[in-house]
Write a protein that binds this ligand. Structure first.
Ligand SMILES: NC(=O)c1ccc[n+]([C@@H]2O[C@H](COP(=O)([O-])OP(=O)(O)OC[C@H]3O[C@@H](n4cnc5c(N)ncnc54)[C@H](OP(=O)(O)O)[C@@H]3O)[C@@H](O)[C@H]2O)c1
Length: 166
């Protein structure tokens, strides 16, 4: 399994505000759809709530919750990250799509990160976990200016975990 974290993160580490994203960046949403379609996504229950409790189409949706009675159409439910990863064990590519604790539990395990760095200092109530950039190889960077449909400039950053030392 190739395990990939995907997140949009402000310069000051914010990813969410009041149960939603702190920005509207159509180009980022398009990229999210392009990268994750056809694959498995793992998300926390609050992120699932932020999608109006509807599964994202053309993807295998796994929702992590501690609620033993939680269920929903078109999703699979896991009660821990371990359970979510076991459900997805045979899948080629699995995206971790948030939120905060789900990212944190995945950071030590992920093979790659697709981060959108949103070039603003955002106010919000949910943050991406701190990570050491030096522990990752930045293999691609694509900068986009702000424009009439994108309030902030942003950069698509692809990080890969370096191969282990021989
Ligand atoms: N910028 C981005 O890329 C991005 C991506 C995703 C989300 N977001 C934003 O982030 C916010 C939501 O994220 P969040 O961090 O608040 O919540 P979240 O991670 O989506 O969901 C938290 C919930 O996940 C479940 N959970 C967490 N750890 C667990 C564990 N170890 N075992 C079992 N269940 C566990 C619990 O569900 P129960 O309470 O049901 O037990 C917990 O309340 C929203 O504002 C959303 O828009 C932003």
């Amino acid at each position: 399994m190739n395990l990939i974290i995907i997140a949009a993160v402000s310069e000051n580490g914010v990813i969410g505000r009041d149960g939603d994203l702190p920005w509207h960046l159509p180009r980022d949403l398009k990229r999210f759809k392009q990268l994750t379609s056809g694959h498995t996504i793992i998300m926390g229950r609050k992120t699932f709530d932020s999608c109006d409790r509807k599964p994202l189409p053309n993807r295998r949706n796994i929702v992590v919750t501690r609620d033993p009675s939680f269920e929903g159409d078109g999703i699979e439910v896991a009660h821990s990250m371990d359970e979510a990863l076991s459900l997805a064990a045979k899948d080629d590519t699995v995206f971790i799509v948030g939120g905060s604790a789900i990212y944190e539990m995945s950071l030590p395990l992920a093979d790659a990160m697709e981060l959108t760095r949103v070039h603003t200092s955002a106010t919000g109530d949910v943050r991406f976990p701190d990570f050491k950039e030096a522990n990752w190889d930045l293999v691609n960077r694509e900068y986009h200016e702000a424009d009439e449909t994108h309030q902030f400039a942003f950069s698509f950053l692809t990080y890969q975990r370096p191969p282990p030392n021989p």
